[in-house]
Design a protein around this ligand. Structure first.
Ligand code: COA
Length: 191
């Protein structure tokens, strides 16, 4: 593996991001592989993705020009992009507490989707993505909030047991037929 560079994604990376997301979408991964390798549930539309890229909310990891991983962040002001999990988060943010404070009273951004190409997993790219996110979003936000399907133990292990995200709540999502663990990490401490 050559050097991996992490930086904000550009509009020309759109197809590579969509391809990586599509390859790892729940509906495109069989049950056995889902349990072992993980998967993403939320599908980001091209329009939303373009908007996120313009606002430097999509972080890519690259080997030469090849995109090998992405992290898509969402700002609180943009949580109305018709993603059920995020709409739900807004509703329940008044009941969830983090470090003794109501989530609703903190400045937080949401992690909409994260994916690493299969060939590049277990190579330390995940902390690099969060390190960059921390630099980019840390000055504006206190917490990064993520959602991990309870049927994705690999992602839970990486985020909670290895990177120290806290589990701050759960909710049942009837639309995506999933129970989500809501996880959070102070942004300035990531990385
Ligand atoms: C989840 C993901 C981002 C993690 O990145 P990664 O590079 O694989 O992460 P890590 O380097 O932490 O390696 C995986 C860890 O999980 C462990 N692991 C692997 N399969 C596992 C499983 N089925 N259950 C529990 N833990 C598992 C590995 O042993 C390793 O932990 P260790 O270093 O303590 O041995 C990546 O696997 C991925 O993109 N998966 C597909 C999409 C996805 O699930 N996205 C997250 C949506 S919330």
């Amino acid at each position: 593996m050559s050097e991996i560079i992490v930086k904000s994604a550009k509009e020309e990376d759109l197809d590579q991001i969509i391809n990586l997301q599509q390859t790892n979408l729940k509906r495109n991964v069989n049950l056995e592989k889902r349990k072992k390798d993980g998967y993403v549930t939320l599908e980001t539309s091209e329009d939303v993705l373009q908007d996120m890229i313009k606002n430097e909310l999509v972080i890519g990891a690259y080997e030469n020009d090849k995109l090998v991983a992405y992290l898509i962040c969402l700002e609180k002001a943009r949580l109305d992009v018709n993603l059920d999990a995020l709409t739900e988060l807004q509703k329940i943010s008044k009941q969830i507490k983090i470090n003794g404070k109501q989530l609703n009273d903190t400045k937080y951004c949401a992690l909409e989707s994260i994916c690493i190409d299969k060939e590049y997993r277990s190579k330390g790219i995940l902390p690099k993505l969060y390190e960059y996110a921390s630099k980019q979003l840390g000055p504006k936000y206190d917490y990064a909030i993520g959602f991990i399907d309870q049927k994705n133990p690999r992602s839970y292990h990486s985020h909670v047991e290895k990177l120290g995200f806290l589990t701050i709540g759960t909710f049942d999502d009837s639309i995506n037929k999933a129970t989500w663990n809501i996880v959070a990490k102070p942004l300035r401490a990531i990385g």
